[in-house]
Design a protein around this ligand. Structure first.
Ligand SMILES: [Zn+2]
Length: 484
């Protein structure tokens, strides 16, 4: 067994249609490319299912000790960006810059780890010209009046990823569009001759075939090769990219290099909205900001994690309500831990209950790891976290040895962080903030004993406004930092 195999991570591969032991080309290093957004509109919540799944994969590789080189491209030139910027009457650059920012803002709000780099397609145009030239030299592409096309008959393995059978579809014409379905399998565009509108707007690059611009599929083949080399360990994206986008990437890249293009293909299922596919025409289009105005980002993340990334997931208010409550239960344990750690130290024993807590930590960490190693089974990983949360809550109900609690809390936070949950709340507040809140709470306590409820209530409300929630219990007043 190799070092990587010993790590035990198994990942489903779309091409071979099975879970494979994950083994990168270079021991300990992973080159991973996730197809990023086409920046022609604000990202919708379906996009975030894919981005969150990519983030979980990245975080699991980090946890398993890999050095991950993570690339996500920005498609800032294609049919849609050119069309919509033209309709709006703004330059392609200004238009795509706006939606690139909107995309990055969404990543930050969802606490998605930044990739190592976000290459823009337009920055790689000269290399795309070179790539197309090489395909022509190899005889797998040809020049037509409106551009350069890839001849799919020259790549006998065409269809191996999507299962499309080229012998059963009638090849009638060349495909000029970037996007099409399996019924219209045809030679696809590598390079598109500029239209009069594109020439007028200055959207073109010089090439041996005249002024033009790259097709969508060649963009990823060129950026993956430039940044990650001939073979990627992981190439991921939404399931809608399997055909034609990824099928065409394979044809281009493998024809050029003669090497395997991707070791593991990872595809994330669509997000449904109330049982239907999301589309503007059905009127069920849910924006990202709409979700975050009703639910926390952690609840939204929890919702994605509650179902395996290759299984169907349906966005409904009921499902979001359940996710919100379940996330709150996990977070409540963090509140209880913070609260207990602020209390006086008066118990230092190591008895059966302490032993039981540390054993529970070990057991549930083991369950969590086994679940994640099994093709990122986040549903079962959450079960393990709920079990650990329950064990910690139970321990907190009795005498607490802070040393033991800190060990359990560290493990709990670490596993939550693998799923990207509650990271923004950090590990509590700093000492100065804590002392300030304590001081204010004591002043308020004094006012209450003097029956000055008007002022004590005002202090409670003012604190709540800045995110500090006080609760009065039989044992006194406790507080927590409430986040959105
Ligand atoms: Zn791509």
């Amino acid at each position: 067994m190799t070092m990587d195999e010993k790590k035990g991570f198994r990942l489903y591969d779309t091409l071979t249609r099975r879970k494979k032991p994950f083994e990168p080309i270079e021991t300990g290093k992973v080159r991973m490319y996730v197809c990023g957004p086409t920046v022609y509109s604000d990202p919708h919540i379906g996009n975030f299912r894919t981005f969150t799944a990519g983030d979980i994969l990245r975080r699991w590789l980090d946890y398993r000790g890999y050095d991950v080189f993570h690339v996500m491209n920005i498609t800032d030139i294609d049919d849609k960006t050119i069309r919509d910027s033209g309709e709006e009457g703004v330059s392609l650059e200004e238009f795509t810059e706006r939606y690139t920012k909107s995309f990055l803002r969404g990543l930050d709000l969802m606490n998605i780890k930044r990739a190592t780099t976000y290459p823009k397609a337009t920055d790689y145009a000269p290399r795309m010209v070179e790539f197309v030239k090489e395909l022509l030299d190899k005889g797998v592409a040809y020049v037509a009046s409106d551009g350069v096309y890839f001849n799919i008959d020259k790549f006998p393995e065409y269809g191996k990823l999507s299962g499309v059978d080229t012998s059963k579809v009638e090849k009638t014409d060349r495909m000029t569009e970037d996007e099409y379905d399996k019924e219209t399998v045809n030679d696809f565009a590598l390079w598109k001759t500029s239209t009069p509108e594109e020439l007028e707007r200055g959207i073109y690059y010089e090439s041996p075939w005249g002024k033009g611009r790259p097709g969508w599929h060649i963009e990823c083949s060129v950026m993956t090769r430039s940044l990650c080399g001939d073979t990627l360990d992981i190439h991921a994206g939404g399931e809608d990219l399997i055909f034609p986008h990824h099928e065409n990437e394979i044809a281009q890249s493998e024809s050029l290099t003669g090497k395997e293009f991707v070791r593991n293909w990872v595809h994330v299922r669509f997000l449904m909205i109330n049982g239907r596919k999301m589309s503007k025409s059905l009127g069920n289009y849910v924006t990202f900001d709409e979700v975050l105005s009703k639910y926390s980002a952690d609840a939204f993340r929890y919702f994605f994690l509650s179902v395996h990334y290759r299984r169907p997931l349906d966005y409904t208010d009921a499902a979001m309500g359940i996710a919100q409550n379940s996330a709150a239960r996990l977070e409540n344990t963090l509140d209880l831990i913070d609260d207990t750690l602020r209390k006086e130290d008066r118990y230092y024993d190591f008895k059966e209950t302490e032993k039981a807590l540390l054993e529970a930590v070990k057991e549930h960490r083991g369950q969590f790891e086994a679940a994640m190693d099994d093709d990122l089974d986040t549903h079962s990983a959450l079960d393990a976290l709920h079990a650990l949360s329950g064990a910690i809550n139970e321990y907190l109900a009795g005498d607490v040895n802070k040393g033991v609690l800190l060990r359990a809390a560290k493990a709990y936070r670490e596993l939550l962080s693998v799923l990207g949950l509650f990271e923004k709340r950090g590990a509590g507040v700093d000492d100065l903030t804590e002392d300030l809140i304590e001081t204010i709470a004591q002043v308020r306590e004094r006012l209450r004993t003097e029956k000055n409820f008007q002022l004590s209530d005002k202090i409670r409300e003012d604190l709540e406004r800045v995110g500090v929630v006080l609760s009065d219990t039989a044992e006194g007043t406790s507080w927590k930092i409430a986040r959105r």
